[in-house]
Design a protein around this ligand. Structure first.
Ligand code: FAD
Length: 276
């Protein structure tokens, strides 16, 4: 294992079958000795108990686990109790987010920006937790300008975040441009690129348009042509994502955070290709 920061993200499972599957995937990926695993927090706090239980289960195996957290629709007392339960369980790391809006509630829910959550965590639990926040090299869909993106990102770091994980992207220039702009703005924390394996055409196109990740035209054209040929799509996706990871690491990225999609195989294939 190198001193680079490698981590793996799971989506909070919502059924007994899905929980059992994540545990199996975790066992395979734990063999790679990542820096930590993280577990998402459903939109609006919808997986609060599921996230907590998954975090506790994985931490019980000896892995370092970082729960994702947002205020969602909850009042501060609920979040403070959750933080206390994590602290008591020996959890030392969190990913602090504004979170996405739950579908169906739409604009009715007042979303609290992540900088306020970071401040709240520092106010209530001091330096106990290492806090990661989200970063958007291709800009968050709601951002009005690149300058405001950097300024709001800096607010989260100034509030006490220790490092960041990016939204996924398929263009390494976007990452390096963002990191350079952060350095110029006096932001010096590690910014770890988020890596999304390509496993499915429809899924990646739908999700990318929601979260503002661009799929370059040449990649999309290939994916379209491989829609009915899963093996070619998988080989092409692995090649593109492996090359992206190589460029990122060669260019000085501090590590890689894999969005595992709760599957071991795509991440393992890229990991092996990279010779890690
Ligand atoms: P913020 O940092 O609050 O930013 C949101 C938008 O508001 C940006 O456009 C920003 O420029 C702007 N902004 C920021 N601060 C202010 C301010 N003080 N005033 C005005 N505007 C401001 N979602 C989930 O629901 N659950 C998860 O587990 C989850 N995990 C994620 C993990 C990673 C690594 C990433 C990159 C994203 C994750 N998301 C998750 C998605 C994330 O919640 C959404 O992208 C959400 O829309 C923004 O969250 P944020 O923490 O970046 O918000």
């Amino acid at each position: 294992m190198t001193d680079r920061l490698f981590s793996f993200e799971f989506s909070a499972p919502k059924s007994e079958d899905a929980i059992a599957k994540v545990k199996k995937v975790h066992a395979r990926l734990a063999a790679l000795s990542p820096h930590f695993f993280s577990v998402t927090y459903g939109a609006g706090g919808s997986t609060k108990d599921g996230t907590r239980q998954m975090v506790m289960d994985l931490a019980g195996t000896g892995s370092t686990v970082a729960p994702h957290l947002s205020f969602g629709g909850d009042d501060p007392g609920v979040i403070q109790a959750l933080l206390e339960s994590y602290r008591e369980a020996g959890i030392r790391r969190l990913v602090a987010l504004r979170g996405d809006r739950p579908s169906g509630i739409g604009g009715a829910l007042q979303m609290t920006h992540a900088n306020e959550l970071v401040s709240f965590i520092r106010d209530t639990t001091g330096d106990h937790f290492h806090i990661d926040v989200a970063a958007y090299p291709e800009m968050h869909p709601e951002s009005s300008s690149f300058e405001s993106e950097i300024a709001y990102f800096k607010q989260k770091i100034d509030a006490g975040a220790n490092s960041a994980i990016t939204q996924y992207f398929y263009n390494s220039d976007a990452y390096f441009h963002f990191v350079n702009a952060c350095a110029k703005a006096g932001i010096n924390v590690p910014i770890v690129p988020g890596i999304m394996p390509i496993t499915n055409y429809q899924g990646i196109v739908r999700f990318s348009s929601l979260c503002g990740a661009e799929i370059p035209r040449w990649i999309e054209k290939h994916l379209v042509s491989y829609q009915d040929d899963p093996e070619s799509l998988r080989n092409f996706g692995d090649e593109v994502v492996t090359r992206l990871c190589e460029q990122l690491l060669a260019g000085g990225a501090p590590g890689l955070h894999f969005y595992t999609l709760n599957q071991a195989a795509p991440t393992l294939r890229i990991w092996n290709n990279l010779g890690l």
